[in-house]
Design a protein around this ligand. Structure first.
Ligand code: DX5
Ligand code: ZN
Length: 214
């Protein structure tokens, strides 16, 4: 069954505890936490104090998506702030293999994210070094953007690569996921779906999560 990871980026930060508890009491599986530094992506989201506040109330794992230039520097601190899955960008890591090893050494699941322009074939040499691969279905930096349909093809390619190599890594899709495309993504082979605007912009977020999960 597909895992659903609502993105905190679209939460109401003035009522963060309320929104975290809404996720706790829903069918959602993970909290998706987007960290943006204004360097790798043209936006700044939030940092450790906000993560700590989420951690304090969250009863589900924190899936942390780093959109930052220098991830290596902060691996340990993300662990201390509650990350259970830590995903870095292929495009932002010069020594990706080493970064993935250091994430696993801290006892976290290691993830690799790829931008819409990045070919799935480039993941070949780290296929056994990651526990999760995140296929970006928008250009990272903002919530509420339009889903890029080429993602279906990339998810199918990645599914094939994982099956062929015997990797048990999960496929996560992030950006513009909603009730119109979630079924097709699951059919293509996605294991985890991130949803920001589709959940927090909905009239009934708990019901929307249940539908995404169905
Ligand atoms: C975009 C972030 C996403 C974003 C998803 O850079 O990585 O996680 O919050 O939000 P929606 O679902 O609104 O596209
Ligand atoms: Zn994200």
């Amino acid at each position: 069954m597909t895992l659903i990871a609502p993105s905190i980026l679209s939460a109401d930060f003035g009522n963060l505890q309320r929104d975290v508890e809404m996720i706790n009491n829903s069918a959602a599986d993970w909290f998706h936490v987007d960290i943006m530094d204004g360097v790798f992506v043209p936006n700044i989201s939030f940092g450790f104090p906000v993560m700590k506040a989420v951690q304090k109330h969250a009863k589900k794992p924190m899936d942390v998506h780093l959109m930052i230039a220098d991830a290596d520097k902060y691996v340990k601190t993300f662990k201390e702030n509650g990350a259970q899955v830590l995903t870095v960008h292929y495009e932002a890591c010069t020594h990706l293999h080493r970064t993935l090893q250091s994430i696993r050494a801290e006892g976290m699941k290691a993830g690799v994210a790829v931008n819409p322009h990045t070919s799935i074939s480039l993941l070949e040499n780290v296929i056994h070094d990651a526990d999760l691969f995140l296929v970006m279905s928008v250009n990272p930096g903002f919530g509420g953007q339009k889903f890029i349909p080429n993602t279906y093809l990339k998810v199918r390619q990645l599914r094939r690569m994982l099956d062929e190599t015997g990797s048990k890594a999960l496929i996560e899709v992030d950006g513009g996921v909603d009730l119109t495309n979630f079924r097709q993504l699951a059919e293509a082979g996605a294991d985890v779906l991130v949803a920001g605007n589709a959940v927090f912009g909905a009239k009934d977020p708990v019901q929307t999560i249940a539908e995404l999960k169905s």
